[in-house]
Ligand binder design. Structure first.
Ligand code: PEP
Ligand code: MG
Length: 502
């Protein structure tokens, strides 16, 4: 079957077996009550074993794991699920429904403690449901093409090494799943009317030809495998680009290999919150220092702009108190902010680190955080790094001329277009492209201001990864673009076209 791709969120050419995502899966067969109950019992057993194994590695979090085990073993949750199974539901549906009833009850409670447990409960149920899908653990470690209605960033973060490609029914260009897929070179496509596909069937995703093929012939599989092996889809090095900077966006130290292989000048955006999202507790000062200093040494003298953790809204972390993204998160979590900044300062022994704050709205916020960093640098007797900010809120854009303190700005078009044009980051598709002219006009003011004040300026939002838009940025004088490490070919082309035109 040949399926036309509606939207490509991350380019690539890949072949592999399909795996439907379990939690969003509508295709849920009922195998008979006794079998379903057995599936539930085994999944619970497997989940408890997994928790024990994790606990053995993280004994300090004993209480947290105990709470998880109590939830999984909760007799009321179990008996409700059992009752629903006997009423004719599959184990998966029954367990999900039992959980929903539980959550409704917790929601009615006036205790904020109980309400906070909802996310934990959902996580635990998700784990059990995941364990209903596979007969052996080996199967989960096979590489596969993820098929789902909508990708959950947590699936991607936890299993990206096994995910060859993604086919979903909805997805936004600036969603975190799309950003991560591009940075890990995982082809990701949206097919709105996606028919149901079978687990284990082979599929080919080819974004160059704009289609997905399912159940390919043996000959086609052989041909594609040979082409994919020989393909140089991502093997591109930076060409000379005098006076311009080719920068990379990364989320982990593993991404740095690609940054160096493509010869990027610097890391323009290191999204540190991904480090925090990959754990169930805050990273300590020492752990963070290890990560940041490793990044510095891997980059061999090339600068890195680390963004302090940017959480809230679409990026929630269970153990942090966050609501919306922005300044308040540092005020509410001062110890975590201090640990992070101190770890960055200590790792900056070669003066290659820059510190950047996200979602700043007013200059007073920037000054407050900058002074905080300067105080910590003084107390620890550390080098003082360049300190800048993301320009990604409507308020900051409107009052750009008041921002005299930052050493640099990096424009975050993902949040900025969300705020300016009310575009959802997660669901919308091509809406963003209707606003490019207006955005370019607004950014001319920023360029003028930065030129007058001699403040360095770059763009790290995803629009910089689209060749036609990148050229528009070059045309208004923004010479430093920060893109995913897979986008070097695009940067080379954008630069060539711009230079040839001018
Ligand atoms: C942005 O908003 O454009 C940006 C680069 O930050 P993030 O996508 O991480 O919010
Ligand atoms: Mg942002």
């Amino acid at each position: 079957m040949k399926l036309k791709i509606d939207i490509t969120l991350s380019n690539g050419y890949i072949l592999g077996p399909i795996k439907n995502e379990s939690y969003n899966d509508d295709k849920d067969y009922y195998k008979g009550s006794l079998n379903e109950l057995k599936t539930l019992d085994e999944a619970i057993k497997k989940s408890l074993k997994e928790i024990d194994e994790t606990e053995a590695k993280e004994p300090k979090l004993k209480d947290y794991f105990l709470a998880e085990k109590l939830m999984i073993n909760d007799p009321m949750l179990y008996s409700k699920a059992k009752e629903l199974i006997y009423s004719g539901l599959s184990s998966k549906k029954a367990f999900k429904m039992a959980m929903n009833q539980f959550i409704n009850n917790l929601n009615k409670s006036t205790s904020s403690y109980l309400k906070e447990r909802i996310a934990d409960l959902e996580d635990v149920v998700l784990m059990v449901i995941k364990n209903m899908d596979y007969d052996s653990k080996d199967e989960t470690s096979k590489r596969y093409i993820l098929v789902c209605d909508k990708v959950r960033p947590s699936t991607l973060i936890q299993d990206h090494e096994n995910i060859l490609g993604i086919i979903s029914k909805v997805g936004g260009f600036t969603s975190h799943s799309a950003i991560l897929s591009r940075s890990w070179s995982i082809p990701y496509v949206v097919i709105q009317d996606l028919p149901s596909l079978n687990d284990g069937d082979i599929a080919i995703i080819d974004t160059r030809l704009n289609y997905v093929i399912t159940e390919p012939t043996k000959e086609l599989i052989e041909k594609c495998s040979a082409e994919i092996n020989a393909s140089s889809f991502y093997n591109n090095k930076a060409q000379p680009h005098n006076g311009f900077k080719f920068l990379a966006n990364v989320s982990t130290n593993k991404d740095i290999d690609r940054v160096l292989a493509s010869d990027f000048d610097e890391i323009g955006l290191y999204r540190t919150e991904l480090i925090f999202m990959n754990s169930n507790r805050p990273y300590t000062f020492d752990e963070q220092y290890t990560i940041y200093s490793e990044a510095v040494s891997l980059m061999k003298g090339k600068p890195i702009t680390f963004r302090t953790f940017d959480v809230g809204d679409d990026k929630q972390i269970d153990y942090l108190i966050t609501n919306h993204k922005g300044f308040d998160n540092y005020i509410k979590n001062p110890l975590i902010f201090e640990d992070q900044v101190k770890a960055l300062l200590k790792a900056n022994s070669f003066n290659t680190i820059r510190i950047m704050f996200p979602m700043i709205e007013q200059e007073s916020e920037f000054i407050y955080l900058k002074d905080w960093v300067l105080r910590l640098a003084k107390e620890g007797n550390y080098n003082i790094p360049k300190i800048g900010m993301m320009l990604e809120t409507k308020m900051a854009l409107t009052s750009i001329e008041t921002f005299l303190e930052p050493d640099f700005f990096s424009i975050g078009t993902n949040d900025l277009t969300h705020e300016l044009y009310n575009i959802s980051r997660e669901d919308e598709t091509n809406e963003i492209f209707n606003h490019i002219n207006d955005l370019i006009e607004s950014l001319k003011r920023v360029v003028k201001f930065c030129n007058e004040k001699n403040i360095s300026l770059s763009i790290c939002g995803e629009l910089a990864s689209i060749k036609e838009v990148a050229i528009r940025f070059y045309e208004i004088g923004i010479k430093n673009l920060s893109v995913s490490p897979a986008s070097m070919a695009m940067l080379n082309m954008a630069y060539d076209e711009f230079i040839n035109k001018n």
